[in-house]
Design a protein around this ligand. Structure first.
Ligand code: IMP
Length: 418
């Protein structure tokens, strides 16, 4: 029996989908503990590419059950679309998706609210913040409410009236609402049979010595408590979210994997000390195909920020790191890594000291030689150029955490074990 958790170490989009897919071998359950349709994994099957937002990529592995935990905010309309997409690719989902009764539900009202205010920090517009906000206000609609569709319709109406009373959206933002609510109720009816006591399912799996893979969405720096507030998502992508979002004790986790890109990206607003507004930033964006899977927005790109990465390792206690997209750096003459921050002329002791005024820090860089070699076809770590190995070792030192694997392309085979 083993429990492995995969968590994004940066601002999301680290390539967790590929890593989850790799680690799915011999896994019985893949469980998500937070977030919702704001996440997006691009899946490639033969020549077809599609994006999954809520269903873990474990669904592609025969016999794997996918759990959507109570820490999530689930959009039934988006989930129904994902089910249709999976069916169109002949992937059988029957009985393989279990939704916690306690998960909260994103309704068209929440999406209208996000459309009204999300631009302030550049959200994905998927209604995530408003749904978590209703949860905290104790006026949320939960997955269990989908068991009575008539009642669910009443709850939606009640929430709409409250929103109008409190000026949470304007008429323009409500214009497509009628049709959206109808689709929502139909979708809720469709996904309601997937409701289950997911806490009991997970604990039974532990008792039966089964293998569980826990899939984080977004990343540590987007954590509402540990991230770059207010430019964060509304959930806990960090390790703590696992215990509250799945009811799974943290001491059951054997392997805690932090996934980091070999450079840094961010979508949406917010400070980003190592951001590159120059040619190199464009190279990273083009070569790394850095476009948001959910929103299609170009991702901001920059050098690897080892101050932030060390913090992510520290607060999560990652037992190992998997480094993705190393190949995107293949053509660069030199590669910079941010090893420290300064504020004014004073050095900053660590990320947590600067997290509240990150826009004021100056990144201090170390420059390493590039390898100027195509790594995408390499079959073993021994074939990596010396400079690439030196880069990996330096990141390892700076994060004070071992790097166990390096990804050099989208294919499963393009992964090197260290
Ligand atoms: P929300 O989660 O849609 O409320 O968006 C809040 C912030 O988190 C915005 O900056 C989004 O761009 C960012 N965000 C949310 N989900 C993801 C993701 O899966 N990858 C990267 N950024 C994300």
């Amino acid at each position: 029996m083993s429990v492995t958790a995969v968590i994004g170490g940066q601002w999301g989009d680290e390539g967790k989908g590929k890593i989850v897919d790799l680690l799915c071998k011999d896994v019985d359950i893949v469980a998500r503990y937070q977030g919702g349709a704001n996440a997006g994994h691009t899946i490639q099957i033969n020549d077809n590419t599609f994006v999954l937002h809520q269903v873990p990529s474990g669904i592609l592995h025969h016999g794997v059950t996918c759990v959507l935990g109570s820490g999530m905010v689930i959009d039934p309309s988006a989930l129904a679309e994902e089910l249709d997409t999976l069916a169109a690719h002949n992937i059988d989902t029957d009985g393989r998706i279990q939704i916690s009764y306690g998960a909260h539900i994103v309704t068209p009202i929440h999406k209208a609210m996000d459309r009204a205010t999300g631009h302030i920090i550049g959200t994905t517009g998927r209604g995530i913040g408003p749904a978590y906000s209703d949860k905290a206000r104790r006026i949320g609609i939960r997955a269990v409410d989908m068991l009575d569709i008539g009642q669910l319709g009443q709850y939606v109406l009640k929430r709409l009236k409250l929103g109008i009373q409190q000026g949470e959206f304007n008429q323009e933002q409500l214009k497509d609402l009628h049709g959206e609510v109808e689709t929502f109720l139909y979708a809720a009816h469709r996904v309601a049979p997937m409701l289950a006591d997911t806490i009991a399912i997970l604990h039974q799996a532990l008792a039966d010595d089964k293998n569980i893979l826990i899939e984080g969405a977004q990343g540590v720096l987007l954590d509402v408590d540990l991230g770059t507030y207010p430019y964060v998502t509304s959930s806990h992508p960090s390790v703590g979210g696992i215990s509250t979002g799945l009811g799974l004790p943290l001491q059951k986790i054997d392997r805690l994997v932090g996934v980091f890109k070999a450079y840094t990206t961010r979508v949406g607003s917010g400070p980003f000390p190592t951001e590159l507004d120059d040619e190199i930033g464009k190279i990273l964006q083009n070569k790394g195909a850095e476009v948001g899977a959910t929103t299609g927005r170009p991702r901001r790109c920059g050098w690897f920020d080892a101050v932030a990465a060390r913090y992510a390792c520290q607060v999560n206690g990652f037992t190992e790191v998997i480094l993705t997209k190393l190949d995107v750096l293949d053509k660069l003459d030199t590669i910079k890594v941010c090893t420290a921050y300064e504020m004014g002329s004073k050095s900053v002791p660590g990320f947590s000291a600067a997290a509240h005024s990150l826009e004021q820090v100056t990144p201090i860089y170390e420059e390493l030689p590039g390898w100027k070699t195509d790594t995408t076809g390499l079959k073993s770590v021994k074939q990596l150029p010396t400079e690439a190995r030196r880069y990996i070792r330096r990141l390892e030192e700076l994060m004070a955490t071992p790097i166990s694997q390096v990804s050099i392309g989208a294919e499963r085979s393009q992964t090197l074990a260290l």
